[in-house]
Design a protein around this ligand. Structure first.
Ligand code: HMG
Length: 464
């Protein structure tokens, strides 16, 4: 049975900081953010928003747009790593908010859980819900899979340049208008790691930035290896001599902690895939340097990062490789459009990959490309660490959804924060009533209880 993404909606908070203002305040060259990381603006939540609000606002959008009744939703899953409760699942909060609009008990039948595995958990939730549909358990109902996060790092750290916030919701069913998942190819890799983690009670993560960059690429490459084996074994793909699996994927959507990470990851995966192929010889000639190899043949992540001579040479080689016409062609045709939204919004952790998918659809459609039947490959990564690679085919009805996508319009009106305002928000100095904006027709947080008997209870309203 077919299963896939029928529609997709986003909710992005309306406050943002500008990369140039931010760089100036931190004494960093603005080019490092804009060109080096690919960050132009970072969305920031107001005092009356939390990840549950973002998720509920996204759900309301998709339900209203598709005129969905609560009865037609069989499951509601939320994936997040910005959870504020160790026990109560975020989908319960979201259902509470939605019932303020649809009536008490309207979602009583609707099962679901909150899933966690850093940024990859949304992909696991998507896979599980697709399998619920494939198993025939959905009985004509839809699943809502929501990915919602606030990417927040300590002030003054290098992670602070890669913040953002927002939610993406995907409507999953057996007649998807956007994308049908390829069956029997979903591939995962997993390893106990400490590249990025957030211990109990801490609002911001502990991050080993460069380690996390490399680990992301290694883990996705491992998952891609498994994907390749499955795609060949299942007959989904047949490789002719000199071909790579990437030749059979029209668009690549990668997890985007910052937009240039997509490009970095693409370069890494392409090098890995092309190295064994006849085309590599010509590329090496064009680069004019041999591909560097680390001193330690075990090639562990620590030994690679510790090998400074190799790292410097590899950095230079990668820079030259990304300038070759062969790389430029694959970058422009398969990846670039997915990076546009990330530059304007920043890291959304679990939601980053799917914001990238949304971006790819909108901007490829605007280029006038017929997307029907194109294969989209997804490279999902979550710290801690796990990767998932899967793919799907764009469906004939995609235009029904994509023609109305307009990121600029959806983000407007946005308000630019001064650095002073941003820092006040970052340090949680204001209460929900002291919000910077007064939005209408949105769910907002009004109170977090501080009494001993009801500590942490949250109250939300739909702001009419
Ligand atoms: P950094 O180490 O300060 O930056 O922080 P850098 O020195 O690596 O510079 C970044 C890029 O800017 C480099 O480009 C520089 O050359 C360039 P590259 O070599 O990579 O091509 N650059 C400049 N370009 C133009 N003009 C200049 C200039 N200066 C430098 N003047 C880092 C970067 C990502 C490490 C940091 O922001 C960080 O720690 N972020 C958080 C962790 C993160 O995002 N990791 C990504 C992989 S792990 C992941 O994706 C999982 C995650 O989403 C969490 C989860 O799963 O839950 C984070």
């Amino acid at each position: 049975m077919t299963a896939g993404i029928d529609d997709i909606a986003i909710y992005i908070p309306r406050l943002y900081i500008d990369a140039a203002d931010f760089a100036k305040a931190r004494g960093v060259d603005p080019e490092k953010l804009q060109k080096g990381l690919g960050v132009s603006q970072m969305a920031i939540v107001d005092t009356n928003q939390d990840p549950a609000c973002l998720a509920a606002n996204a759900c309301l959008k998709i339900m209203q747009k598709n005129k969905l009744s609560p009865e037609s939703i069989g499951r509601l899953y939320i994936s997040t790593e910005s959870s504020f409760d160790e026990s109560k699942a975020m989908n319960s909060y979201v259902i509470g908010m939605l019932e303020q609009v649809y009536g008490q008990g309207a979602f009583e039948h609707c099962g679901g859980v909150e899933t966690k595995f850093a940024c990859v958990s949304g992909s696991y939730a998507l896979y599980d819900n697709a399998n619920w549909v494939r198993a025939g358990e959905a009985e004509g109902k839809h699943a809502l899979v929501v990915v919602s996060d606030i990417a927040k790092y300590d002030m003054g750290t290098s992670g602070e340049m890669t913040q953002g916030a927002g939610a993406v919701v995907m409507l999953i069913n057996d007649k998807p208008r956007l994308l049908a998942f390829d069956p029997k190819v979903t591939a995962t890799s997993i390893k106990d790691e400490y590249d990025f983690y957030r211990p109990f009670g801490k609002e911001t993560p502990i991050v080993h930035g460069q380690y996390s960059n490399l680990l992301y690429m290694i883990q996705v490459r491992k998952a891609l290896e498994t994907y390749k084996k499955k795609a060949l074994a299942s007959g989904l793909m047949k490789l002719e001599a000199g071909e790579s699996v990437l030749d059979h994927i029209d668009y690549l959507n990668m997890h985007l902690p910052y937009s240039n990470m997509g490009k970095k990851a693409l370069a890494y995966l392409v090098r890995h895939e092309w190295r064994q192929l006849p085309r590599w010889k010509k590329i090496i000639q064009e680069i004019g340097l041999p591909e560097p190899v680390p001193k330690d043949p075990r090639g562990t992540i620590e030994s690679v990062l510790g090998d400074q001579e190799f790292m410097a040479k590899d950095h230079e080689f990668t820079k030259l490789f990304t300038k070759t016409s062969e790389f430029q062609e694959i970058y422009e045709s398969k990846l670039a459009s997915s990076l546009i939204a990330s530059k304007m919004i920043g890291n959304l952790y679990t939601a980053s990959l799917y914001l990238g998918f949304r971006s790819c659809l909108e901007f490829e459609y605007q280029r006038g490309i017929d997307l029907n039947g194109k294969r989209v490959g997804f490279g999902s990564y979550g710290s801690g660490s796990s990767a998932m690679v899967f793919s799907g085919l764009i469906q004939p009805e995609y235009k029904e959804i994509v023609k109305d996508m307009n990121l600029e319009a959806e983000l407007a009106p946005r308000r630019k924060l001064t650095l002073e305002e941003y820092e006040i928000l970052h340090e949680n100095k204001l209460t929900p009533e002291e919000s910077m904006l007064h939005t209408k027709k949105e769910f907002i947080l009004v109170n977090v209880n501080t009494t001993v008997e009801s500590m942490g209870e949250r109250r939300y309203i739909f702001n009419e």
